[in-house]
Design a protein around this ligand. Sequence first.
Ligand SMILES: *[C@@H]1O[C@H](CO)[C@@H](O)[C@H](O)[C@H]1NC(C)=O
Ligand SMILES: *[C@@H]1O[C@H](CO)[C@@H](O)[C@H](O)[C@H]1NC(C)=O
Length: 358
Amino acid sequence: MFTSTSLAAGAALISLAAGSPVERQALKFTYYDLTTPLASPCDITTGQDGKIYADTFTSNKIVQIDRSTGSLTEYDIPYTLPVLGNDVLPSDLQGRVALSCVVQPGKDGLIYAAAGVRNEFVRFNPETNETKVFPTGNPLGNLQPFNDAWPGETGMFFSQTTGNVINLFDYATTNVQTFEVPTPLAGPLGMIVASDGALWFCEMLANKIGRLNATDGTFKEYPLPLSLATPSVMRAETEGRYLWFTAIATNAIGRFDIQTGETKTFTDPRLLATPIEDTVDSQGNIWYSTLTRNTLNYLTPSTGKVTTIAQPDGDLEILPGLLPSLPPAADIAMHYEPSDNSIWFSELVNNRIGKYSI
Ligand SMILES: *[C@@H]1O[C@H](CO)[C@@H](O)[C@H](O)[C@H]1NC(C)=O
Ligand SMILES: *[C@@H]1O[C@H](CO)[C@@H](O)[C@H](O)[C@H]1NC(C)=O
């Protein structure tokens, strides 16, 4: 177990002098181990109850962390459908794997998660601990573990990447509305309801940013420059007009202006850092996870500077900044929690959730 006490002890051992920058940084991290082995925590959010929620990539669990006590609880998801099209997985994982990687808080106080290859939508009630599973209505929709969600006023939006649709799950009726993305095989993935009230989303395979007006069902689409290929996750807005997204293939963070449609590219200076998720802090910094680097990273929009913070897990950085960390922790989630100015992140390979106090 990585408690803050053992972290402090470890940091004291590796730092040359008490109070060194390494030690001070390490003390800002707290880790929460999952209880299910190899559960692989993926996405993270905060519920209206102030608790942290995570979903897991390779087990059927919703994870809850009570920030006041530090206790971590796992709740089973009673999936009803068998895994589809998933022959590459080892047999002992068949039957429990969901490959899901999105959890979001509904405006109804419930917690929503999508279920990857299970092609089901999950709703957890923090008051009763009850988990319900709903079909997504599209048998081909989630055959890959790529989908995302974002709370709207009347329901939860979610994307079915391989089904090429955006859905809206009504909080009150549980009915699912389906909106077909105009560009075929666009690969709709990351999404955010922006300050203009529209749902904006990444078309990962079509290299476009899309806009959906769910009231009248109309779409607009904006092609991206080559420097922002494979737009993936978009969970940050600044200044009431800029949307920020990760561009995995080009190792970049993109900025999209919802007023003019203009873009700006901010490339991570490290080779193949592989940005995955992003979030914005109270200062307007864009934090993002990197799959191949054991660092937390943030971009300062006014200067374009990328700042990296090493995760204190003793991983070997042979040529820091040049080669990927060994072994990579496979950081996926990057979630800002304003109430205590902290960043929450998942280390998929290390089966734990981390908190960094800014
Ligand atoms: C929900 O689960 C938590 C953790 O096990 C428990 O403390 C709480 O009493 C449960 N609530 C209900 C309504 O069962
Ligand atoms: C959506 O369309 C309706 C009807 O055309 C319009 O009244 C509304 O302002 C639009 N909403 C957004 C967010 O664009």
